[in-house]
Every structure is written in C-alpha cells, then in structure tokens.
Design a protein around this ligand. Structure first.
Ligand code: ADP
Ligand code: ZN
Length: 528
C-alpha cells in the first residue's frame, strides 16, 4: 500500500528529516503514518528493526494533543524516552520508578500542553485516577506497542493487556495503533477483536531477511563441543550464543576462553554493574562473543553481529525469529544456527505444563512448541517456513539456508516406526528409550522372560542403536511418542493416538532424515 502524496505526509516527512535525521520513510511507515494523521486507527506488523516507533512518534508530534504509548517493559520505555529527548522531543514516562515530585511536574507540563509523548504500562494506564486524568487531556493518538501481548494466541500473553479493550469506548476520538513485530494470522485476528480494531487498516510488512542464512542441527548431548567448534570456525567475528541456563552461559564462556576466544557470559543473575560493563564491551568490540540467556536482547542493537547460535533452542518460532534476527542488522551476510534435541523439547514442554497459566494458554504454547520443532526437523526452506508462519503469502525459497543449500534426503522409515510404536505400546510406558531400543534389537541383558516373549522382542535388528535413537527423536518431534520426565529417568509412552493409528494403517509416512553420523540408515528401513 502506497499512500497518496498528501499535505499530511509532506509534514510528516519534514519531521522525519528535521527531528529524526532520516532521509525518507522505510517500508510501510508512510502508510501507517498517513492513516493516523487522517484520524484513522491502524494495525502494523513490522519486523524488528522495521521502524515501528516512528509510526506513532511522528503522528504524535504532528497531531494536537498528547500521544499515549502503552508498552509492557519499563526498560523499553526508558530507552525510547531517552532517545526522544536526545532528539529534542518532549517525551515522558510514568512508571513505578518515577518519584512523586517528578510526577506532579510531568502532569503540570501535560496540562500546559508541553508534552508530546507519554509512555505508560497497561497497569499504569488503567488505574481509575489515571483514566480520569487522561479523559480531561486532549489525545493525539493511543499506540499499543508489543500488541501481541493482548492475545492468548501470541507467544507472550499478558493478562493486563486485556484491559486495553476498553480504550475504544473510553477514548472514542483518539485514533489507535496496534504495533508488533510478531503475529501469526490468528494472533492478528485476536488483536483486532480484543482492541476493537475490526475496521482498522492493516499493514503487514515482509519478514524477509535475505542476508540471514538459517540452519538447524540435532545436537549430541549438551552440544557444547559443537558450539565451540562453530565459534572457532568463525574467527574475528562477533556472535551471540544463547544458552538456556545461567550455568550454561558460564560454562560455555569458560570453555571458549580456554580455547582463546574472548567470550563474556551475560544473564540476570549477574550484578547490574557487571552486566552493564559486559554489554558495553560487547557493543564496542569489533569481534566479541556474548554467551547469554534471553535476559540479553531487548533493545540490544549491535549491527555487526555475524552469527547467533542457539546452544539451547527457544520454545516458539516468534522467539526464535527475534533471537536469530539480532544477527546481520547491518544487512551484511550473517548466520543463525540452532542446535536442538528431543530432550530440549521435552524440557520446554514440561515447563509449559507446570506454568501458572490458564489451560488454553498452555495449549497454545504447546502447539507453538510443536510447530517450532516441526520447522527445525522439517525439510522446507527455513526462512520460507518462518515467513509463512507469520502469514506472509507467495514466499519463495531463500537460497541460503541449510535446506536450500543441501536439501536433505529422507528415507522411508514407516515400517520401523510401526515396530517402535508397537514395542512402546506392548511395554506399556514402563521403560526408558534406551531399554525400548534394546528390546527392539533383542538384547538379552536385563530382560525378563515375559518381555522376551513379547512379539516385538528383537524385531528391529536391522538398525543400529544410533539410528534407532534418531528415529525415536523423530517420533517424539512428530508427537507420536512422548517422553515423560519421571524424576530424571524419562519413560517413553505413546503420544498422539490418532497419529499413531495413521502410522499403523500406513496412512501417515515417517521419514528419517539421512545424517552423516548414521551411515547405516540408508535404504534398510522397514526391511525386516
Ligand atoms: P522497531 O521498534 O521496529 O524494532 P525502531 O523503531 O526501534 O524499530 O527502529 C529501528 C532503527 O531504525 C532505529 O535505529 C531507527 O532510528 C531506524 N529507523 C526507523 N525509521 C527509519 C527511516 N525511515 N530511515 C532510516 N532509519 C530509520
Ligand atoms: Zn532456504
């Protein structure tokens, strides 16, 4: 959508140049801004770095009245307010860190019409006295940042966002803008419904990142050896390595340092001053490696990050895309490499199950987890899979991801899968994966006479142990088997019943991806 040239846009472009120092609008910015300047509400889904904030900042400066920005994180608000002030914009925030004295001063200036933009958390906004105060203040617009937080279908649902549905009736005259970097089609529909934006124009930008080469590989054990190898293969470049635990970041950083790579650990358990210093070192260095938990990320903008490695994977495509998206911000070639294993998936699933959240939310999160692993395990172009997930249509292959560069060959392992599933069924979920594989291979150690008499005993001698392990991983990733934690000694049981039935009836094929370290897996699937 290209808005018509209009006096409103001329004015906006003028502000863009004078106040923000940019030559022209990017992507869909002009469209969104035009919509707001003409008094209409809108919804904008723009990728990270796409310039979402200018979409509401510029109209707030041009339209009469105060621009309200709702944002979930104090750190993000503080960042934006500081940046705006440096550009000479009268921006303020009211959050729990602002003192009483500062508050009354801010309100005095708002009443005098001296404030252009006010940043608030949803809780802060919805307090009765705040609403009352704002109802007497002319508003230029209301922007809801990170709008996916309003939706249970999003990856970061926040109950306090739900209250924002009332904004439409409370402030009927102010145009509203919902912005987010990640929203699949279902989440977008939900945002519209929740925020009463049914009639609003929708702007969805392309998520293409042609400079980003994505890849994913199954890991052996913790995968730390592989991470070290990957880093050593990329000397003199800056990278971010995501690990799932604080301990993991420390251990990896130590190992890298031992290999002569200066690497810093970064997580929420570190002293604030230490974190600030490490962040600064990282941002300034020409070649630095940061080993971090997800505490690292929000607002970090280092353009020359050449690779992001997931030593442990995230739990949804949204988080994945945000994290790998921190590589290659300068538009130069960069890589996103993800290591994953079925244990990671089981652990994430367990975390979702034990979370304090409504059942519907947990179901959504479980589904997102499965979709993410289906992408990792899949044989379609990574970038295309992600972009389709976000609702982009007509997406072609990227040409640079691992799948595009060397398409994996799969072998049909449906018959072997049938054997594995019936063995698990016969054994009734009483054994761990290793023992079920021994059962299939007919190993007699530890075996009871009853077990040895089962028809599934020894029917899988055509595969080696590593190949069976791979197949079990595949079956877990596809939801056909599930591994229950059982206090650290996981038991293997049947998963999705309908799926299992389809495999038994040959209505659903199971393919095993050929990997270099399972050389015996070629062509012998189902040969027994
Ligand atoms: P988002 O919130 O979408 O991740 P930001 O609003 O923080 O992105 O903008 C990302 C970066 O792009 C910022 O450094 C911003 O100054 C810059 N930017 C935004 N719009 C433009 C533009 N039209 N031209 C050049 N740079 C821009
Ligand atoms: Zn590709």
């Amino acid at each position: 959508y290209v808005p018509p040239e209009s006096p409103e846009l001329d004015r906006a472009r003028d502000v863009l140049r004078r106040t923000f120092g940019h030559a022209d609008f990017r992507g869909l910015q002009a469209g969104v801004i035009h919509e707001l300047l003409t008094g209409h509400s809108a919804m904008a889904v723009l990728p990270t770095g796409g310039g979402k904030s200018l979409c509401y900042q510029i109209p707030s400066l041009i339209r009469p009245g105060l621009g309200l920005v709702i944002s979930p994180l104090i750190a993000l608000m503080a960042d934006q307010v500081q940046g705006l002030r440096q550009a000479g914009v009268a921006a303020e925030r009211l959050d729990s860190n602002i003192s009483m004295d500062e508050r009354s001063d801010i309100w005095r200036r708002i009443d005098a019409g001296e404030v252009d933009l006010l940043y608030l958390s949803p809780e802060g906004l919805m307090q009765p006295w705040m609403l009352d105060r704002l109802s007497r203040t002319p508003l230029a617009l209301i922007a809801v940042d990170e709008a996916h937080c309003v939706s249970q279908w999003g990856h970061d649902f926040r109950p306090e966002y739900r209250m924002l549905g009332r904004l439409a009736e409370l402030f009927p005259d102010a145009p509203r803008l919902a912005v987010t970097a990640t929203a699949d089609a279902r989440t977008r529909d939900d945002i519209r419904a929740e925020l009463r934006l049914q009639g609003a124009a929708e702007f969805v930008d392309s998520f293409a990142r042609p400079e980003l080469a994505l890849s994913a590989e199954r890991k052996r054990g913790k995968g730390h050896d592989r991470v070290v190898e990957l880093v050593l293969e990329r000397p003199g470049r800056s990278g971010v390595i995501y690990a799932g635990s604080r301990d993991g970041t420390e251990k990896l950083a130590e190992r890298l340092n031992a290999e002569g790579v200066p690497a810093l650990a970064y997580h929420a358990g570190l002293d604030k001053a230490v974190r600030a210093r490490r962040l600064e070192d990282f941002l300034e260095a020409d070649a630095a490696v940061m080993v971090a938990t997800i505490a690292f990320g929000m607002g970090v903008d280092k353009p020359d990050v050449r690779y992001v490695i997931h030593a442990d994977p995230p739990a949804a495509i949204e988080a994945y895309w945000q994290e790998v998206g921190r590589a290659g911000r300068d538009g130069q070639p960069a890589e996103g490499i993800t290591l994953y294993g079925s244990a990671d998936m089981a652990w994430a699933a367990r975390r979702i199950e034990t979370r304090e959240a409504p059942d519907e939310v947990k179901q959504v999160q479980s589904r997102k987890l499965r979709q993410f692993y289906a992408m990792l395990e899949g044989v379609t172009c990574r970038a295309a899979a992600v972009r389709r997930y976000f609702g982009e249509e007509g997406v072609g292959h990227c040409g640079v991801c691992d799948i595009c560069v060397s398409p994996p060959t799969g072998i049909d392992a449906t018959q072997a899968a049938q054997k594995a599933l019936s063995a698990v069924h016969r054994l009734g979920g009483r054994l761990g994966r290793g023992r079920v594989i021994e059962h299939l291979m007919g190993k007699t150690k530890d075996v009871t006479p009853q077990e040895a008499q089962l028809p599934t005993f020894g029917i899988g001698r055509e595969f080696s142990q590593p190949t069976w392990r791979d197949l079990f991983d595949t079956l877990i990733f596809e939801g056909l088997l599930r591994e229950d934690p059982n206090d650290g000694r996981p038991l293997i049981g049947l998963g999705d019943v309908e799926g299992v039935r389809q495999v038994y009836r040959n209505e659903r094929k199971v393919a095993l991806r050929q990997t270099t370290d399972a050389p015996d897996s070629g062509g012998r699937a189902g040969g027994g």
